[in-house]
Design a binder for this molecule. Structure first.
Ligand code: SF4
Length: 678
């Protein structure tokens, strides 16, 4: 805490990394706006403004708890950690390290995530993953292949310089509200906004052109736009020739996707496809924004690939106002991925099949022998628990029971574990089924760094004390690792960040001081005097030969279609008031007052057909389960499609568990369903 009583911090909700101050006063902590923050300029959305409500919440976990019959027994930290260490050792002895699973969190700091995966891998387990699997895992293989870097190319504020902003599968006005600030600034300067979304969202209201696309037909739309751009000679031939490979294959592929054929698949008129293509290609600098409407599909990797292809053929990369913006979900998704809390990557995007990269890590980590090859993903862990292949799961700050697709199945499978340990700030639905619950400090009660979706690394100091005996995840990991004989001799997060800088090249120049300055540092920052890199790919791509890879993909329909038994489709998403599984926002009084219950949006035509009236309590059913929700009859929703937010536990009992074969993300966005009344 500085002399003025203000402690700078980073919003714990979405991945924009908005900054504000925590003011410590007699009436408890309060918020002061950080007017000179480069991303949010002092503004906060409703969630940011309510962020402090979870800190002193009466339901916070305060003491370690051990399951005792149907209840809990309060135990000491010594007993809790000794028990967990004992269970881990027994599991390794009886089944080997492959029976251990570690689920990290995009809510925790870089330092916590780094040590969490290091502990798991030094114990010999490959089974390390986090919630990024469920939001942006397709971004990683698709953009690594395309550009050699799986991240946002330009900072959020640079959107103000865009002549055209094309948002596809992103309701940013609700999900990343401060993005709208910069998009509107672009519009004020004459920029054009195109939004492709099946729903008439608040983001679509901002648009100059709304493409109301059929669910799951994004590749057909993007290929249709590229067909127009290539046929009309609007592509950037110099950029394509000098900086890419694969254009000819793409041109062959998209020849079939005439605007008329694309219109038939997508439901968007051929004239709108033509218009969108021409505006995107002709603008001097166009940006593409995408989010989980693109990634959460059984063909999510193809969707991201097609977005990258569109940017590449038009040369809208490597300069101000252009770029590709994968808008990540939680406050530290980018950081958790950078730290290697993924079944397919070690820290610094070292593939688990990269023998040379792993050898360098073995040297850096004191000569240990590290596991190679793909581990179990977040989606595979419950399945393996059900099959008896996973015996112990250690979950740090993730509500897997609520955030998993087809979640009733996952809950049953997790019950088959020998031991489930959960470290969190609240008794989440996942903690309720655990054997051991460890109380964690929330973000403002501990120090550490977070990496926002624009690659901005910011240090958040400890501003207030955690409740009861709750402690930082970092100190819990260090103590546990030492009980397991790993010799984690770290004095605090500063020392861990210094080690990260030695292991992850793009963090090499990032110190606690630099991350703690206003706005932190945007990686890559390869050495101490380096200013950071707000705009990527200005001098080429880090893909092989310095050229980006254009990779042609075909449209594949969603895994589930309407049928006689399930005549509607269900899609899911977020609302501005809530966040992800809702473990924090459902406990925030001011937010719950504004969005207190699960609802389902129904088009008036469907409501008439199925006898639903606005305000009815209705049952939505899919092949995996059923859930009750309050009907909202609205023209925001297209005919034949229902929408439910996923912030309430019931929603994911309905969603599909068909996964993308590359990124292993479930198809949360499309499920065949039916609706009925009590
Ligand atoms: Fe927090 Fe995101 Fe809202 Fe900013 S836009 S205040 S980071 S939830």
């Amino acid at each position: 805490m500085a002399d003025d009583g203000l402690s700078p911090t980073v919003c714990p909700y979405c991945a924009l990394g908005c900054g504000f101050y925590i003011r410590k006063g007699e009436g408890g902590p309060g918020i002061e706006y950080m007017l000179d923050h480069p991303t949010n300029e002092g503004a906060l959305c409703p969630k940011g403004n309510a962020a402090l409500e979870v800190l002193g919440h009466p339901e916070r976990l305060r003491f370690p708890l051990l399951k005792a019959g149907d209840g809990w027994r309060r135990i000491s930290w010594e007993e809790a950690l000794a028990r967990l260490a004992g269970e881990i050792k027994e599991t390794i002895r009886d089944y080997g390290p492959g029976a251990l699973g570690f689920l990290g969190s995009a809510k925790c700091t870089n330092e916590e995530n780094y040590l969490f995966q290091k502990m798991a891998r030094l114990l010999g387990s490959k089974n390390v993953d986090c919630c990024a699997r469920r939001c942006h895992s397709p971004t990683i293989p698709a953009l690594n292949r395309a550009f050699g870097a799986a991240c946002m190319t330009n900072p959020i504020s640079d959107l103000a310089n865009s002549g055209c902003i094309f948002a596809i599968g992103s309701n940013f006005a609700e999900n990343h509200p401060l993005v709208a600030r910069w998009a509107l600034r672009a519009k004020d300067r004459g920029g054009f906004i195109i939004v492709a979304d099946p729903r008439l969202t608040p983001t679509a209201w901002l648009a100059d052109l709304h493409l109301q696309i059929n669910l799951g037909t994004d590749v057909a739309l993007l290929n249709g736009m590229m067909n127009v751009i290539i046929e009309e000679g609007l592509y950037n031939s110099k950029f394509v020739e000098e900086r890419t490979v694969g254009f000819e294959e793409l041109a062959d592929k998209v020849r079939w996707y005439t605007p008329e054929r694309a219109a038939e698949i997508t439901g968007v008129s051929a004239s709108s496809i033509l218009r969108a293509a021409r505006i995107y290609a002709r603008s001097p600098a166009s940006a593409i924004l995408y989010s989980m409407g693109i990634t959460q599909h059984s063909h999510g990797t193809d969707n991201v690939t097609a977005c990258a292809d569109l940017a590449l053929i038009c040369g809208h990369l490597g300069r101000s106002g252009a770029g590709l913006y994968p808008l990540r979900g939680q406050n530290n998704v980018q950081g958790a991925c950078d730290m290697g809390v993924l079944a397919d990557f070690y820290p610094g995007s070292v593939s688990v099949s990269d023998a040379e990269g792993i050898r360098r890590l073995e040297v850096a980590w004191g000569g240990a022998s590290l596991p190679k090859g793909m581990g179990m993903t977040a989606e595979a862990m419950p399945v393996a628990a059900g099959d008896g292949d996973l015996r112990l799961l250690y979950v740090m700050g993730e509500d897997i029971v609520n955030s998993d697709s087809a979640s009733s199945r996952g809950r049953r499978e997790l019950a088959n574990l020998d031991f489930l340990a959960v470290q969190d700030i609240f008794m989440t639905e996942t903690a309720e089924i655990a054997d051991l619950v460890l109380p964690a400090a929330a973000w403002a009660e501990k120090a550490g760094s977070y990496t926002s979706t624009e690659r901005r690394v910011q240090w958040s100091p400890r501003a207030i004390d955690p409740p009861g005996e709750a402690r930082s995840d970092l100190s819990t990991i260090i103590r546990l690792a030492n009980l397991l004989g790993l010799n984690f001799d770290y004095s605090g997060p500063e020392e861990v960040l210094a080690e990260i800088g030695r292991v992850v090249k793009s963090y090499a120049g990032i110190t606690r001081e630099r991350a703690g300055a206003r706005g932190g540092v945007i990686w890559p920052c390869p050495f101490l005097d380096h200013p950071g890199t707000p705009i990527l790919h200005q001098d080429g791509f880090s893909a092989p030969e310095g050229r980006a890879r254009i990779f042609a993909v075909d449209y594949q329909p969603p895994a589930e279609e309407r049928s006689q038994d399930y005549p509607l489709l269900l899609t899911t998403g977020r609302v501005v008031i809530h966040y992800n599984a809702g473990s924090m926002t459902r406990r925030s009084l001011s937010l719950m007052r504004r969005a207190p219950e699960l609802f389902v949006e129904v088009n008036p035509g469907d409501a008439d057909q199925w006898g639903v009236v606005d305000g009815d309590l209705v049952e939505v059913e899919t092949r995996r389960g059923e859930a009750w929700a309050r009907a909202r009859v609205t023209t925001r929703q297209e005919r034949g499609v229902l929408f439910m937010p996923f912030h309430f536990p019931e929603t994911n009992t309905l969603t599909s568990d068909v996964i993308d074969p590359v990124a292993r993300i479930p198809e949360f966005k499309v499920a065949a369903c039916r609706i009925g009344k009590m």
